[in-house]
Structure formats: C-alpha cells, structure tokens
Design a protein around this ligand. Structure first.
Ligand SMILES: Cc1ncc(C[n+]2csc(CCOP(=O)(O)OP(=O)(O)O)c2C)c(N)n1
Ligand SMILES: [Mg+2]
Length: 562
C-alpha cells in the first residue's frame, strides 16, 4: 500500500465519476502511479503514444470528438513541455483537455537531478486552471477528490469557456504500489463538484436589423444551425457559411461561394450590407474579411462563450446570443440577388473543375466533401485545405467539419484526426491535409497500429508550402530565395513515409478515382500529387470564370430572381 497509489486511484475514480472516458499516455517512470491507476480501470480507454506532442493532439482530438476532456499524461522534463502546442490550440479553440505532468519531488529540484525542470505554470496563461497539490501524503487526503473533480469542471468551462487544465503532480518513490482504501466519495456515483450555469438571455436585435440589407456570417462555434437558419430565413438575408459552422447546408439562404463572388469588385460593391451578424469565429477568406471590414456596416459579433474574435475591430456590439423577436425581411431582391449569384458561382466552379481530369487542389476538396458518407467527420489542415473547402466546396448536410484553427498550426494534424476517430467509434473520419502538415506529425501514425481506429488521410502533396505562392512573398522575393525559404520542397515520397509506419497508401491519379479510394476502413492514406504553380493557376481560373459568369448573367441589384 502506498499513498502515491491511493492518491492516483482516487483521482482517477473522481475523473471517471466526472465523465472522463479516455486517457492518453506516453511512457515514463515518474508518472507510474497515475499510469497504473488509469490502466487498472476497465472504464477508461487508455491510448499509448511514444511522442508526447502527438499524444497531446490526440487528446485534443478526443476532446473535440466528445466534448469531454481527455487526460494526457506525461513524465517530467521535456516530455511535459511537448504538450505545449496542443495546450495552446485547446486554449484558443476552447477544447477541454486535462494535461497531467508528473514531476519530481521538491528535494530533487535545482540540484541537477535527471529530468527535473521547472514545470510550475509551464503553459503560462494558456490554461483555465493550474494546480500542483505537492507530493501526496495522508494529510492531504481530504483534498484529492475535490482536486480531480475541479480539474474536469474547469476544463469544461466552469469559469467561462472550455479549455486546457494543467495538473503538475509530484511523486516520490516508491512509484509502484497498491492503493489503500480510497477517501469517501459523493453518494450516488457523481463527482465531488459539479458546476451549474444559467444560460444568459439572448439579445433581441429586431430594431437594428428590421428591413435592412444584411448578411449573416457563420463560422466555427456559431449558434446551432437551426437557430442560424431561422434568423437568415426570417430576415431574408444571405447566410455566408463556413463548413465548420455546421450551417453550410443547402437552404434558401446559404451562400458557399462567397470568396469567388466577392473577388468581383462589382459584386462586392453592389452587395455591401448595412448590417452584419457575425456568428462564431471569423472565416479564413481574406477577401470576405476585408470586404466586411470596409463595408461600414453595423456589426454584431455573437460568440456563445464571449470570445472576442474581432481582428478588424469592427464589432459595434459583442454578445453571447441573439434573437430576432420581430423579424422584418430585407428589401425585395436583396436575397434573390445573392442567391442567383450563388447558383451561377456554384455551377461555374463545378464546370471549371469538371474540365480537369487530373486532381486539382480545389477539386479534391470539393469532391471529398461531396463524397463523404453521412455522419462522417472531416478534419482539414490549416494552409490551403481549410481554404479550398471554405471557398470551393458546395453546401451539404451530414458531415462534421473541424480544423485546428485556434492557433492555426500545421502541427499535430495526424494525431488530432486519429483522436477524433477514436472519439467517434462507428462514424468514419477523414482528414484533408497538406504534405508539410502530414510530415510534421507523421510520427503520429505510430499510434495508428495500436488501436482499432478508422481514419482516411487525403494528403495533397504539392512538395512544399503551397499557400506561400498566394502571398506577396511570391512576387517580391527572388524565385530561388522564395523556393528555399517558403516553398520548402522536401522531395520525399510520402507513400514510402506512410508505408514505413505500416499504413497502406492509394495513389490518386484522376479525380474520378476518389470515390473508390475512400472505400474501406482502418487507417489509410490517399496520396494526391499536385503542383504549386498549377494550383495558383487553377484558383485564378475559377475566380476569373466566376467573375465572367457574373458579368454575363448577373441580375441587377433589386431585380427579382429569374
Ligand atoms: C506549426 C506551424 N509551423 C509553421 C506554420 C506556418 N505555415 C503555415 S502554412 C505552412 C505550409 C503548409 O504546407 P502544407 O501543409 O503542405 O499545405 P499547403 O500550403 O501546401 O496547402 C506553414 C509552414 C504554421 N502555421 N504552423
Ligand atoms: Mg503542401
């Protein structure tokens, strides 16, 4: 019997009572009491990773999938530091996560003991709560259940938004032992603490929106789709929706092709709104965001957790929830003008992409979303995949789209997707990612063989960072320097990389092979070779074709739909 083992078993018992189901562990000695306590519970799924950075993102993926914090446990030293990227992403993206770092006891600090570093407030202000209870002893027994229950409650957003919590847990040897009787728990199986929060009332914006030309913009963390569609429908406003909002489904008001549309100066000028309801996180489209910022419109920013997501500083009002109690629709022709343009743009995008038999990057994004089975989850990496999906995919129902856009890193994508897959058994998971994002976390594939997860990675391989070809650097930096510093070709055969991890690979030569390439379960890679210069040309081709279609068929403002 050891006090360390009793502490660890108590904490794990409390986590289970609070609803925790998954723990992600990386091997190490100092974390032994907790590792053994987690392993001893049949009601906790334990996922073992070799690399703590991947472990952190895998736990993030589990949290995204379930809304519950997953435990991620490391030993001390640099192992603990490796969690930082996932903690930062969880902080910005409001994903519950319980980061537990094992630590050496105080007498081993500052004396050159192995793997002893300062882990106090290791993740700075990126955590909702930090606690270090000290080496467990019998005197602290009465605090153990509270500590564990509060950690889960804080991660779920007791103090506001969900996010990461850091417990720094010092253990003294012996590290292996059996637990004694646990301190008494709450009767009835519940956790020591629960947090009850009253929902705030919604702000009624009826007077501000009545009869005006407005736009609803919905990003990640927008209110529930029926609420958003209800507002757009009642006001007869276009709903500019990113797939991550869940609102980008076919409807009388849904506009998916806004990026291409707003690249047309005439369209952008003629469709300037008077009022904008911005729901959730900003979209990635710079064209959209600049158009909104320059519009001079009255803007209401709505975020259910009061996140201040206003990079252009244009929100006149910030609130958690809106309602329109007395809806007065926009003037005749306002919505029709948008929707006619949307139909033209979608048809044009489809016909441009259909003319390319070889896979193009926008074509893969559009076809992939179209082809996914119902109830699938799609993760998209930062850089061009998230943009191609936002700009060129057509609206559809029944797919959950997620991206690590809290801090917009290209790290941890493989592991986040595998964590999402592990957290949604019975639903298929797909990831659309760039070659650099894939290579960055290729080590995350080690976990693929260890669990029965279903995840198909569609890797768009343009041999480097394709996004930089769209930035001013591409014009202003001499080509050789641009290629060395930004293009960063690696010349690796990604199929061989995946195969080395035991992951089967399908090479996609033609876009029409995508449907069959997506068949089958387990962890797989679909490898798509593209070219960065061709990709710039394809984007230009689509955008010019949409502008031309608008010029040819554009209804004048105020005109009813054809
Ligand atoms: C961790 C991290 N490092 C660097 C960056 C900067 N960055 C943004 S996009 C990008 C290139 C990504 O390349 P790839 O994944 O191949 O996608 P592509 O641009 O080709 O679509 C880089 C390096 C970042 N966002 N995150
Ligand atoms: Mg790339």
């Amino acid at each position: 019997m050891t006090v360390q083992a009793t502490f660890a078993a108590t904490v794990v018992d409390e986590w289970v009572r609070a609803g925790v189901t998954d723990a992600v562990l990386a091997p190490g000695s100092r974390s032994t009491p907790l590792a053994l306590a987690l392993h001893a519970r049949a009601d906790v799924r334990v996922h073992v990773h070799l690399d703590e950075r991947s472990a952190g993102f895998y736990a993030l993926g589990l949290g995204l999938a379930t809304g519950n914090p997953a435990i991620v446990l490391t030993t001390s030293g640099t192992a603990a530091v490796e969690l930082h990227p996932a903690v930062v992403e969880a902080h910005h993206a409001h994903v519950p996560l319980l980061a537990c770092t094992a630590d050496r006891p105080p007498e081993l600090h500052d004396v050159g003991a192995s793997q002893a570093i300062d882990q106090v407030h290791l993740f700075g202000r990126a955590v909702r709560w930090f606690a270090q209870p000290g080496v467990p002893d019998d005197a602290s027994r009465g605090a153990w259940r509270s500590l564990a229950a509060r950690a889960v409650a804080e991660a779920r957003g007791a103090g506001g938004a969900p996010g990461p919590v850091h417990l720094n847990l010092a253990f003294r040897e012996p590290l292996v032992g059996e637990p004694d009787a646990l301190p008494p728990a709450r009767p009835g199986g519940g956790p020591w603490h629960t947090v009850e929060r009253a929902e705030p009332g919604a702000l009624d914006v009826s007077d501000r929106v009545a009869g005006r030309r407005g736009v609803v913009v919905a990003g990640a963390d927008a209110p529930r789709p029926p609420v958003v569609h209800g507002i757009a429908e009642a006001l007869a406003w276009p709903l500019v929706a990113d797939a991550r909002s869940g609102c980008r489904v076919p409807a009388r008001t849904t506009v998916g092709a806004f990026d291409a549309l707003l690249r047309s100066p005439e369209f952008a000028a003629e469709h300037r709104p008077e009022v904008v309801l911005r729901l959730g996180a900003p979209l990635t489209s710079r064209v959209l965001n600049e158009w909104l910022a320059a519009s001079g419109a009255d803007q209401v920013l709505v975020h259910p957790r009061h996140a201040w997501l206003d990079p252009d500083r244009t929100a006149a009002t910030v609130t958690a929830s809106v309602t329109v109690a007395r809806p007065v629709p926009s003037p005749p022709g306002w919505l029709d003008g948008w929707m006619e343009a949307e139909r033209l743009a979608q048809a044009t995008i489809a016909s441009v992409l259909d003319a390319h038999t070889e896979p193009t990057e926008p074509g893969v994004a559009r076809a992939l979303l179209d082809l996914l089975p119902s109830e699938a989850t799609l993760m998209v990496s930062s850089s061009m995949p998230v943009r191609d999906l936002e700009w060129y995919a057509s609206p559809r129902e029944g797919v959950r789209v997620v991206a690590n856009r809290g801090a917009s890193g290209i790290d941890g994508v493989v592991s986040t997707a595998l964590g999402l897959a592990a957290g949604t058994p019975g639903r298929r998971t797909f990831a659309l990612l760039g070659d650099l994002a894939f290579l960055h976390d290729a080590g995350g594939l080690v976990a693929a063989g260890r669990r029965d997860v279903d995840c198909t990675f569609v890797v768009v391989d343009n041999d480097g960072g394709g996004i930089f070809s769209f930035l001013p650097q591409a014009e202003l930096v001499p080509p050789d320097a641009f290629e060395t510093l930004f293009g960063t070709p690696h010349g690796l055969d990604l199929a061989r990389v995946a195969t080395a991890y035991g992951v089967p690979v399908t090479r996609l030569e033609r876009l029409d092979e995508l449907c069959s390439a997506l068949d089958g379960g387990g962890v797989r890679v679909v490898h798509v070779r593209t070219d960065r210069a061709v990709n710039v040309a394809v984007h230009r081709e689509i955008n010019e074709a949409v502008a031309a279609a608008l010029t040819a068929g554009r209804p004048r403002r105020g005109a009813p739909a054809a």
